[in-house]
Design a protein around this ligand. Structure first.
Ligand code: NAG
Ligand code: NAG
Ligand code: NAG
Ligand code: NAG
Ligand code: NAG
Length: 704
């Protein structure tokens, strides 16, 4: 199949309503007041995380990470925000290399947090909001993370990686013994051998609680850690990920993947309740399901538990069903069974009468409130992606939210559904306030199977509708995720807009924000519906938007987006150049070298089963290498164990042997994502240089 590209002349009527094909000039700023948003601004953007509101709702605390390009140094400190007047101050001082994180309130004037600060590893500290004095609470050699505190339980809970059957101290010693062994050889007799960016060792993250007492206003450890999952009587171990104390402090509720021989191809996760002191084995309350489960929470009245449950075994992108569990009767009820979307997080309201949830819906991921008595769902936020929420009164919440125009920022929002935001944090106003962020526009078109598909559009810096601009088609990964109107540090559409490109993002079939059938449609269809959607979306856009230069287009993508770039290279020569970051070259080799087998086996089929072999081969980009003609930049991280380095090397070899202009940008110290900020600057420099070269566009490059 070779898609021939039509350059139909399309004349807009002279009088049309302003829309994405004919944007109104009032949407754009006075250009003399705006500078370009550059990769150097992106890496210096201050990152807010872990917002926690004090018990009296007067203050919020959060962690703030800041990076300095010139010094190449970053640090994370705690900041405190007064809810009354929105002033923010350092709670712990900022310094390069500081790593204060995961703050939580002990009481209204003491905050616990995890840091190293000269201790043997990550430990718990506390800081007084009155005088800033810091006290070290734990001093473990085996590091801890994710600390949760319950005054009712008089305990903290945390995770720490230990060898099976060993205490934290024994594990720290064992790790030293292994490090001192003269041979580095490691023997495996089961998968996983490695996961994400780490080779598997015999240590596993386990869930501990330890008794604490209040001493001089802060916490002091008052006993030995208990491993809550050591006595789990199932066939294999557990690796808890999300945990919380019951309101009465007697229990800990957690989700945990069921581990064992099948863990690399199964997704099954249990929802467990354990005595808070670990005096008995945890009991599972969702044994009726064999799919993934996540985000278990208690209602404040202690009567209910809710969590997100997938029904299909081995399918990580199945719909998250909202399950309500009545503790007394041990009965489960599926809430909002007619909802076609898949919530990504949930929490009970303080009065236990409703459930807040974030849900990817079309181009946004808003916050919803579900009223349990009335069975009604109210949308609380409009444009943007909500990443956290804390209730502060009966009718308001503190949320963190971002859009294409601003990174995660703290706001208050009402439960009335008026969707009005009050901005509280101003950390990035000075850095980003005078820069251009394009309005985010969108359009719908009839894509594959004649179903509606949404595309997002950003406009170039200095936009003049009478000119023609090059077009950057940015293709999302996943593939079961959708591109949303939220901030990204890796693929930020406004970077391309500020370099003179019209940016278009087509939310093709397989995405997770358009109903579960839309998501499911990509199974065994990696090369069909998404490709058709991208080609049709581009045709519609280039024909209707007179400000686009249809002969000057490039396509870029990572992960599944990189797969699609390689697939595109075998099917069409419509793009001037391509960028493939950590993309699949061969569906066969990737199926055997990747780590999360459930993903490829569900999506593509099992290449080692004769009857499924053809399915896996069908959409293999490698089969069409003989058609490749488009110049391509390959980017690959060595520590990418999802789409391993051999995929990037194979793509480069194919291009070089076919004599096609190509470059390989290799990062020895990056995983599936480029996380280090000097590497992000290098990444942007090479990507922009490449797409600039092939569209005759002068682009930014990193001067170092
Ligand atoms: C960044 O680091 C450079 C070099 O150390 C220093 O001169 C500059 O003041 C720093 N910038 C900020 C905003 O702290
Ligand atoms: C930047 O800092 C990191 C972390 O300290 C260091 O590993 C790296 O070598 C530095 N890079 C440059 C270009 O100075
Ligand atoms: C923490 O433990 C280390 C030994 O691992 C010890 O040298 C240090 O003094 C301890 N610190 C505190 C504050 O107890
Ligand atoms: C109690 O805390 C204060 C500061 O918060 C400190 O000055 C004092 O030494 C502490 N007392 C004890 C007994 O640790
Ligand atoms: C989703 O697909 C199923 C099975 O094909 C069908 O029964 C159902 O009506 C579809 N749902 C929607 C919302 O289109």
């Amino acid at each position: 199949m070779k898609i021939s590209h039509s350059y139909l002349a399309f004349f807009l009527p002279s009088l049309v309503l302003a829309d994405v094909f004919s944007p109104d000039s009032s949407m754009f700023p006075d250009w003399s007041t705006k500078s370009k948003f550059l990769p150097t601004h992106l890496t210096e953007t201050k990152r807010i995380s872990s917002v926690a509101v004090s018990p009296n709702s007067k203050n919020a605390v959060f962690a703030l990470n800041a990076y300095n390009n010139t010094a190449n140094k970053s640090g994370t400190n705690l900041r405190i925000l007064s809810m009354a007047d929105s002033t923010t101050n350092d709670l712990t001082p900022y310094s390069f290399g500081a790593s204060d994180s995961g703050p939580f309130w002990i009481d209204d004037s003491n905050v616990g947090f995890v840091s190293v600060r000269g201790s043997p590893n990550s430990n718990l500290f506390s800081v007084s909001t009155t005088d800033g004095s810091v006290v070290q609470v734990t001093n473990y050699t085996n590091g801890i993370s994710g600390v949760v505190y319950s005054s009712a339980a008089k305990r903290i809970a945390f995770t720490s990686s230990v060898f099976q059957g060993m205490t934290m101290d024994e594990s720290a010693e064992e790790a030293e013994v292994i490090a001192d062994h003269p041979s580095s050889g490691v023997v495996y007799d089961k998968l996983f051998v490695r996961h994400w960016d780490t080779w598997i060792t015999k240590q596993r993250a386990q869930l501990f609680t330890v008794p604490v007492k209040i001493s001089n206003g802060t916490l002091a450890v008052a006993g030995q850690p208990s491993n809550l999952v050591a006595s789990y009587q199932g066939e294999w171990g557990l690796e808890p990920d999300f945990y919380t104390f019951s309101p009465d402090g007697n229990s800990v509720l957690f989700s945990a993947k069921i581990e064992g021989r099948e863990e690399s191809w199964q997704t099954e996760a249990g929802i467990f309740i354990s005595p808070a002191d670990g005096s008995a084995a945890p009991t599972r309350i969702n044994s009726n399901f064999k799919g993934a489960a996540s985000n278990p929470v208690y209602s404040n009245d202690g009567k209910y538990i809710a969590w997100l449950q997938m029904a299909t075994p081995g399918y990580e992108s199945d719909q998250n069903q909202v399950i309500l569990y009545e503790i007394a009767s041990k009965t489960q009820t599926r809430l909002i069974p007619d909802f076609i979307y898949s919530p990504s997080s949930l929490a009970f309201s303080e009065d236990s009468k409703s459930i807040f949830m974030t849900v990817p819906v079309e181009k946004d991921s808003p916050l919803y409130q579900y009223d349990l008595a009335k069975s009604t769902l109210t949308r609380l936020t409009a444009d943007g992606v909500v990443s956290s929420y804390n209730q502060v009164s009966s009718d308001s919440l503190v949320i963190t939210m971002s859009t294409f125009q601003f990174p995660d920022t703290i706001f208050t929002v009402s439960t009335s559904g008026d969707k009005k935001l009050k901005k509280l944090s101003t950390e990035n106003d000075a850095n980003l306030g005078s820069l251009y962020f394009s309005p985010t526009d969108n359009f719908w078109f009839n894509g594959a199977m004649n179903e509606k598909v949404q595309a997002l559009v950003v406009y170039p810096y200095g936009f003049d509708p009478s000119k023609k601009y090059p077009v950057a088609c940015i293709i999302h990964g996943g593939p079961q995720s959708s591109w949303q109107d939220g901030w990204s540090y890796r693929w930020n559409p406004n970077i391309y807009a500020n370099q003179g490109f019209v940016g278009i993002i087509i939310n093709f079939h397989g995405g997770d924000a358009y109903g579960q059938n839309f998501t499911n449609s990509i199974q065994h269809n990696w090369g069909t519906h998404p490709f058709e959607d991208i080609m049709t979306g581009m045709d519609v856009f280039l024909e209707k938007a007179a400000y686009t230069d249809s002969k000057n287009t490039v396509a870029l993508g990572a992960s599944y987006g990189g797969y699609m770039v390689n697939w595109i290279n075998g099917q069409t020569d419509r793009f001037n150049a391509l960028v493939c970051h950590d993309g699949v070259f061969s569906t066969i080799s990737m199926s055997y070298s990747t780590e999360e087998l459930w993903f490829v086996e569900h999506d593509l089929g099992k290449p080692y089963v004769e009857s499924q072999r053809a399915l896996v081969e069908k959409f293999n980009p490698e089969r069409y290498v003989a058609n490749w003609v488009t110049p391509t930049l390959i980017i690959q991280g060595e520590l990418d164990y999802r789409i391993p380095v051999s995929e990037g090397l194979s793509t480069f070899t194919a291009l070089q042997r076919r004599g096609i202009d190509s470059k390989l940008l290799y990062f020895p110290d990056e995983n599936h994502w480029v996380l280090k900020r000097p590497n992000s600057l290098k990444w942007h420099s090479e990507v922009l240089k490449w797409i600039g070269k092939y569209t005759s566009t002068k682009t930014w490059s990193w001067e170092y």
